[in-house]
Design a protein around this ligand. Sequence first.
Ligand code: ZN
Length: 99
Amino acid sequence: MLMIECPWCGARAESEFSCGGEADIARPLDTDKLSDKEWGDYLFMRKNPRGVHREQWMHTQGCRRWFMATRDTVSYQIQGYDTFKTGHASADAQEGNKQ
Ligand SMILES: [Zn+2]
């Protein structure tokens, strides 16, 4: 069983999480100027590498927060975690640490 470390809740079974796919995909700012191919690439094309990969995960059956994991797609070993460091998520994390 793959164990995933939620940054807020700690290590839990993979079955508690939902994978949100590849991380670090930014929505294009001026979508009216994109060609159909560029828009299709943004919507559908993903790297799907063999090796180290950054993914988004949600702790669906826990705190329901999103975070990013760096995972090796061959060995399934997770090499690190990141949180989204903006706005509400950071405030919630600090609030949770006080309890
Ligand atoms: Zn959690």
